[in-house]
Design a protein around this ligand. Sequence first.
Ligand code: ATP
Ligand code: MG
Length: 383
Amino acid sequence: MMGKIILTGDRPTGRLHIGHYVGSLRRRVELQESGAFEKIFIMIADAQALTDNADNPEKVRQNILEVALDYLSCGLDPKKSTIFIQSQISELTELTFYYMNLVTVQRVQRNPTVKAEMLLRGFNDTEGADNKAGTPVGFFCYPISQAADITAFRATTVPVGEDQEPMIEQTREIVRKFNATYGPVLVEPDILLPENSACLRLPGTDGKAKMSKSLGNCIYLSDSAEEVAAKVKGMYTDPGHLQVSDPGKVEGNTVFTYLDAFCRPGDFERFGDCFKGRKSSFEFHDLDEMKAQYRAGGLGDVMCKNFLTAILNDTLEPIRVRRKALEQDIPYVYEVLREGSDKARELAADTLADVRRAMKINYFDPEILDELVREQSEKYANA
Ligand code: ATP
Ligand code: MG
């Protein structure tokens, strides 16, 4: 029985936000500490980020460090997890090129995440004079490059948010097609989704779409306590909840979705003061009691938001403290990335060698070359 291997990562298009935290990052740290995995690879997907940021390499370059700082501040430990930069593993692009032949254009076009992201980026618009409209071919192929990333490290387990489900499915299809065509070389991965449904796709502070760097509706892990308070204050709740005494809706109310994602046992005890007001006071023991009161009316948004701010800042404070310290040791961070990239390259090269062998494109491997020369010589000797 082979050990289990994790691969996951993030695009360096901005600092990481609390959607990343609940969707993937928090889980990664737990899995890292569980000891249940033989290897853990965490990839900063700069090559993928360039597929829709080709004209802005500086942004990608800057954010590699930001993402690395966020990782280390959250508790990813380079002794236990290999953190690396995608573009430094050229084996991945070669795998992508071979896998492209196993996927149709029509199949990628049906991928719901690709569809949604193309719409978001305006890639469906007809060709504009500024050459910005239309879909970069590299972007279109990113689900295939993701299959290369996952399979290069023989990952069994991919802990990601719900938006990545179609990508993992695409990878599984490529693995099956490859193995059926060339022999059993690649490992079929499983997705590992957050257990808590609020964490599958955390909405943005605007309450509309998923929290996403590209949409500017984020609470960043590196936001100050004041920034977090201000963002929560401006958050979308229930537009029908005009008077404090009105019954409020919990479903689709972003404050409650965030509470579902972040509230832990004990928070009502520790931050109970948030519910002590001049006009009315409450004592809740758990989220269900708080929700029941909100639904019944009488519990105002301000109290709920103060409570959420207290919880968020309590979660983020240790992360901020660690980040501040790491910001003073940038050489260390780059050393982690360099060492991680060297280590990642070894395994990717190993997988690529297996792939080339299976595809019979390893002409110059010593034994193969001898055999090839013999075989072709005989063909002509007998002609
Ligand atoms: P971009 O806008 O550049 O695509 P992003 O904010 O969507 O950035 P990614 O780097 O694409 O972030 O995603 C990294 C990981 O975080 C993926 O596993 C993804 O599923 C997860 N993730 C991103 N946003 C959320 C969210 N709002 N809720 C839960 N998980 C999320
Ligand atoms: Mg994304």
